[in-house]
Design a protein around this ligand. Structure first.
Ligand SMILES: Nc1ncnc2c1ncn2[C@@H]1O[C@H](COP(=O)(O)OP(=O)(O)O)[C@@H](O)[C@H]1O
Ligand SMILES: [Mg+2]
Length: 360
């Protein structure tokens, strides 16, 4: 998958700019706060309909203007695709080949991308939320049915949590079973997919980690949740667990069991990476997970996704930088840094210099 052209209008600090990307490595260079990450973010936004940095699209609109517009010309093995987004303060419109897409689910995954930045270390270091977010975004890019199950699940979960805050306890106990059957059904789809995904991801991440550390360290990933394999059995088990937790849920005012509580176990040399791993080990583990994600996307779609590396080169030691670049053969990369020479060692690349929201 390749992005040929990217048009930005009133997006972040860009007033109007067109980027032309090539196959292989594209380097966005410039001093700090010039718009490198903003451009990387725009690419990721068009691939996923989401930003990794923010919760509200509003922040993407250039200050002082009322709407941002993004357009990318891309190519995948089925032909050319254009991806467009118009972002307003309170709404957005996504367009696939010029046609408005009603649901974000139908937009996501046409172009796949893997995003890695120092912020992604949160996947390893922070609480389970970050790891679930990684899983959700990653699996959603390859499976529309996962994305829509997740959407439905979250809606029902919200409604169930609202119900749990009701004053009328008899109403709560009468209504809970109504929600729980549906909740368990969508939860089972999510859980089964996550388990399958982690079974694929784990050996690929272990392999990438061994490669990056010359076999010096062992990374292992696992699903931290106890469920059977069969989707029907998962749903039954979860429904029983929801029922057993009624009193606790009512007391606490929220739902205490389900996939919104599950986690990924990340072990480096057998120790829980969260809390035990050094900064360097954390970085390598997070990078390995991203490289594994890239391999899964490659396998699922039969072609490599776009790899976005924001500010990561300068954080890696020489050996790891070279190894990372060796893994990106045949992958279109969009890479940001302040000094291209120091990270690329004469590797062929398309260099784009950015200053003050403009290509110079
Ligand atoms: N909505 C916005 N409107 C105008 N400028 C913005 C907006 N969002 C971010 N910026 C500006 O973009 C710049 C940061 O760009 P960024 O791409 O993160 O820099 P870098 O080149 O260091 O990666 C900052 O100067 C910030 O003020
Ligand atoms: Mg940046």
């Amino acid at each position: 998958m390749i992005i040929r052209k990217l048009n930005l209008q009133n997006f972040r600090n860009y007033e109007k700019e067109t980027f032309e990307f090539t196959e292989g490595i594209n380097v966005l260079v410039g001093k700090n706060a010039q718009g490198k990450t903003n451009c990387a973010e725009a690419v990721f936004y068009l691939c996923t309909g989401a930003s990794l940095r923010i919760r509200h699209d509003k922040q993407l609109i250039r200050r002082g203007t009322d709407h941002a517009s993004l357009l990318a010309e891309t190519e995948c093995r089925y032909g050319k695709i254009t991806l467009g987004a118009d972002i307003y303060e309170n709404k957005r419109e996504l367009r696939l080949n010029g046609v408005k897409v009603a649901r974000a689910v139908d937009f996501l995954g046409n172009m796949k991308s893997v995003f890695f930045s120092p912020g992604e270390l949160r996947i390893v270091q922070d609480g389970p939320d970050e790891r679930r977010r990684f899983l959700n975004l990653s699996i959603s890019q390859t499976s529309a049915s996962y994305a829509s199950a997740l959407l439905r699940y979250n809606k029902i979960l919200d409604q169930r949590n609202n119900l749990l805050k009701e004053r009328d306890v008899s109403l709560i106990f009468e209504t809970l079973p109504v929600w729980d059957e549906q909740l368990a059904r969508y939860a089972a789809v999510i859980i089964r997919r996550r388990k399958e995904y982690l079974e694929k991801l784990s050996p690929l991440a272990a392999d990438a980690h061994a490669f990056l550390t010359d076999g010096g360290e062992k990374l292992s990933l696992g699903f931290d949740g106890n469920y059977p394999d069969d989707e029907g059995e998962i749903a039954e088990k979860l429904q029983r667990e929801l029922e057993n937790a009624y009193e606790r849920d009512v007391r606490l005012g929220f739902t205490t069991v389900g996939p919104h509580r599950d986690d990924i176990r990340i072990l480096v040399d057998g120790n829980d990476a969260r809390g035990f791993a050094s900064q360097g080990q954390t970085r390598t583990a997070a990078l390995s997970m991203k490289l594994a994600e890239l391999e899964i996307f490659r396998e699922v779609s039969g072609e490599a996704p776009v790899l976005i590396l924001d500010d990561v080169m300068s954080e890696l030691d020489l050996q790891r930088r070279k190894k990372l670049l060796a893994r990106t053969d045949g992958v279109q990369c969009i890479l940001t840094c302040t000094h291209a020479e120091r990270v690329l060692y004469g590797k062929d690349c398309n260099k784009i210099k950015i200053s003050g929201g403009k290509i110079v």
